[in-house]
Ligand binder design. Structure first.
Ligand code: NAG
Ligand code: NAG
Ligand code: NAG
Length: 816
């Protein structure tokens, strides 16, 4: 039997050492081998035959064999060379578990002779087992609030090997929070402990992943590791915070209810309940702000809950707290500054603060009438107010100071034109759209006595019939005063003067209030010159103002004088006219003349003559000239005519009623021889008066002609003016009749200063001839000549008579 041996020089050295060891064992009496576990198949264990003293040759014959209780196949002997070698894998841990010594027993049996040898094989440990942890990951939950040096035991690793191979050392992966402490247990082995070296912060590192490594003492060493998952548990160590401590919000006033002001978002680094937050107004917040704003506790929204008025308050400072639900709770703070923006929601206000009324119409330009203040509760341009006035008033606004104005008089006032002004002050702000307000000031203009009473005309003509009853009202003067009240209360008085020997006031009086002018006694046309006087009108102002008006009173003639017969001779005493008439005179011969005068004037003095029918119905051969008073024959006289003829001539004026006088003419018919003397006497005696009488009548006729032509002229002139002249103020006033007074021969213009007298020789002075024009509107051009009169409609009648009579007269004259 041969031991097979294969191997290099290294194996030889190992073999040598094993041999020496085996020898040593034999020496001690029993063969002893040792083999490492996990040795490869064929690994030399020992020269068992040699060591037992057996010959190699006898091994086979003697049936050499190795017996092992249950483990016979682990080792085997090469019968060729007697070497014990490893047959199959030897696991020390399987054979002996964790016992430190491990060996097994081999019985070697040979026959012929039967011999039994005992061989002890020691199995030596090899580091074939790494340290092992029971789990691949260990979880630890550690509150972040744990203090430093807190210890957390860990489960250690186990190693199936023994001795050095099972001597474990631990290492922890590098980290800042934990270090490893290893505790040696009494019953061998160690266990690791984590020690907290730095405070944990869940918020920073919610979990840590560490690696724990165990290393055994074998050569080569083996390692095992376990991952440590450290969950950091939350503690309420973080207060909720806002990302800013001050929020500024701008919003317009009058925002709708529930408008969002701001949505606050606080954050809390903690988790769970520690992170749940509640928003609230801080206790510093005033009740008024709590009323205006509503805080949603859960979401942190602040909304409008009441009317927001810029004018109430333009900023709100809201302190907000946020509290988490941890125990104990933690609180965060912030401030919300709400700035309210103005809207143009307030109209300006205008106030008239003081007023000096009424304003005298003579007030100086620049007089302050009222002080006006404006205001607007809005701010900025919304509150900038400009003031203006209604146009076309004599006032202006002057700004005295911001928002204060004076209402000044801008131009002269005249109460008589405008007595009251309604002034509107309009205040307008600068917003858009702008708002405005108005205030009205009623400015009353006080009267000043600046207007004198004024008569419509500077001069009036008054026509009064003579023989008026005493105290009769002849005219009313009336002056207007444009002022008011006392300043317009006019009183009238007479401007006293002397009229001849008497005072004016003995003739006329003026009622102070009514302005009625009374004639105090009967006025006599024949006595009074046209009475001229002035009436003064004064108002009751202080000082009073006055003006005068001139009254021309014409006393109109009344037919109060009957015609008076003039005697045939120069200075005769009236009565009968007796003439001698030659029987030989032919028809139409003037035989006598009746002369009469009338103290009245005009128509009242215009005489006509007519023959009264003789008694007994005898046809008289005589007639009388209607206006001449000449008695002439109608036919040749004959013998049949009575020698003495008595004629009654009625002399009649044209007054109304007419007054008459009767003249008796005695005619004696004589033979032709007797006549001349008488007739020459008669003619001599009657020539001058007759001429005068004829003259008077010629005057009358000329006058009447002239009146008619004047009428035509006036009409023409009037028409011409009317057509050419532009209508000027007061130029034409329709209506009242005009009186034209004429001087008999010279001019038709009337002169109030001069008076023409027409004398009829023996008769009393004749006053002016008066004629009346028909109702024509007067023209200003004619004012100098034509004066207004108000004596009613009489004149038109007289005018008619004038014309009729004139025509009548002319025809008769022509006939003669
Ligand atoms: C809070 O959050 C809401 C919703 O994300 C957002 O609309 C709002 O603007 C935030 N508030 C602030 C003050 O950032
Ligand atoms: C605003 O709305 C709230 C809730 O709807 C209500 O209680 C409050 O009276 C309202 N405020 C006004 C001023 O209308
Ligand atoms: C009116 O007449 C009187 C007397 O002639 C005179 O004294 C007075 O001044 C006159 N008044 C006016 C306003 O002309």
């Amino acid at each position: 039997m041969v031991f097979s041996w294969r191997g290099g020089p290294g194996s030889r050295r190992l073999l040598l050492s094993l041999l020496l060891l085996a020898v040593w064992k034999v020496g001690s009496g029993q063969v002893h081998y040792s083999v490492s576990e996990e040795a490869k198949h064929g690994t030399f264990v020992g020269r068992i035959a040699q060591d037992l003293g057996l010959e190699l040759a006898e091994l086979v014959p003697r049936l050499f064999r190795v017996a092992s209780k249950g483990r016979g196949d682990l080792l085997e002997v090469n019968l060729q060379n007697g070497i014990l070698f490893v047959n199959s894998r030897i696991d020390r841990e399987e054979l002996c578990g964790r016992s430190p010594e491990c060996s097994f027993h081999l019985e070697v049996i040979v026959d012929r002779p039967l011999q039994v040898f005992h061989v002890e094989v020691e199995v030596k440990d090899v580091n074939d087992n790494p340290p092992v942890f029971s789990v691949s990951e260990q979880k630890l939950s550690i509150p972040e609030s744990r203090l430093l040096d807190s210890r957390f035991p860990l489960e250690g690793a186990s190693d199936a090997d023994v001795g050095e191979n099972a001597m474990l050392t631990y290492r922890l992966s590098p980290n800042e929070f934990f270090v490893l402490d290893v505790i040696n247990k009494k019953d061998k082995g160690k266990f690791p402990v984590l020690v907290l070296r730095k405070l944990l912060d869940r918020e920073e590192n919610p979990q840590l992943q560490l690696l724990l490594t165990a290393t055994d003492g074998g050569k080569p060493e083996l390692m095992g590791s376990v991952s440590l998952l450290i969950l950091v548990l939350d503690a309420n160590d973080n207060a909720p915070i806002f990302d800013r401590s001050l929020y500024e919000v701008k919003m317009y006033e009058n925002s709708a209810n529930q408008t969002l002001v701001i949505w606050l978002n606080a954050s809390d680094a903690d988790e769970g309940l520690n992170k749940e937050m509640m928003y609230s107004f801080s206790s510093l917040v005033s009740p008024s702000i709590r009323r205006k704003f509503l805080m949603n506790e859960r979401t942190g929204e602040i909304r409008v809950n009441d009317a927001i008025d810029f004018e109430d308050s333009n900023t709100y400072e809201i302190h907000v707290d946020v509290t988490d639900k941890g125990i104990p709770p933690m609180v965060g703070h912030c401030t919300v500054l709400v700035e309210i923006l103005d809207e143009n929601d307030n109209s300006p206000e205008v106030a008239v603060t003081s007023l000096t009324l009424p304003v005298r119409e003579d007030a100086q330009v620049g007089t302050v009438i009222a002080l006006i203040s404006v205001s607007d509760r809005d701010s900025g341009t919304n509150g900038q107010v400009t003031c203006s006035l209604t146009p076309h008033v004599p006032f202006k606004l002057v700004s005295t100071f911001k928002n204060y104005y004076s209402l000044l008089l801008d131009s002269a006032l005249d109460r008589e034109s405008v007595a009251n002004y309604e002034v509107e002050v309009i205040a307008r702000d600068g917003g858009s759209p702008s708002l405005s307000a108005t205030a009205s000031v009623s400015v009353e203009v006080a009267d000043v006595n600046d207007n004198a009473p004024a008569f419509a005309q500077p001069e009036y003509m008054v026509f009064v019939k003579e023989n008026n009853p005493p105290g009769c009202h002849i005219f009313t003067v009336s002056a207007r005063d444009a002022d008011a009240q006392e300043n317009a209360r006019v009183s009238y008085s007479l401007v006293e003067r002397r009229v001849g020997e008497r005072a004016l006031s003995s003739y006329v009086s003026v009622h102070a209030e009514s302005g009625k002018v009374y004639a105090l006694q009967p006025l006599d046309h024949e006595e009074l010159e046209p009475l001229q006087f002035q009436v003064s009108a004064r108002d009751a102002g202080v000082p009073p103002l006055g003006s005068n008006v001139t009254l021309q009173v014409f006393v109109l003639d009344e037919n109060d004088n009957a015609p008076a017969l003039l005697p045939p001779g120069a200075g005769g005493g009236g009565g009968a006219v007796s003439e001698l008439v030659a029987r030989s005179v032919g028809a139409g011969h003037v035989v006598a003349k009746v002369r009469a005068v009338d103290a009245d004037s005009g128509y009242n003095a215009w005489l006509s003559y007519e023959l009264l029918p003789a008694a007994g119905g005898v046809r008289s051969p005589f007639r009388v000239g209607l206006y001449t008073g000449e008695i002439s024959t109608t036919r040749a006289l004959d013998e049949a005519d009575l020698p003495r003829q008595r004629l009654l001539v009625l002399v009649k004026d044209h007054g109304e009623p007419a007054l008459t006088a009767t003249a008796t003419v005695l005619l004696s018919l004589v033979e032709s021889g007797q006549v001349p003397k008488a007739s020459s006497r008669a003619s001599k005696g009657t020539t001058d008066p007759e001429v005068t009488l004829v003259d008077v009548n010629v005057y009358l006729i000329v006058a009447i002609c002239a009146v008619s032509s004047l009428l035509v002229l006036t009409l023409l002139l009037y028409t011409a003016l009317r057509c050419s002249a532009p209508p000027t103020e007061g130029a034409c006033v329709p209506g009242k009749p005009r009186l034209v007074c004429s001087s008999a021969m010279e001019s038709w213009s009337y002169s109030q200063q001069r008076r023409q007298k027409v004398c009829s020789g023996e008769g009393p002075p004749k006053t002016d001839l008066m004629a009346f024009s028909p109702s024509l509107p007067p023209c200003s051009v004619l004012d100098a000549k034509v004066e207004e009169q108000s004596i009613g409609g009489d004149q038109s009648r007289k005018e008619r008579i004038t014309e009729e009579n004139y025509d009548d007269f002319r025809t008769r004259k022509t006939l003669q």
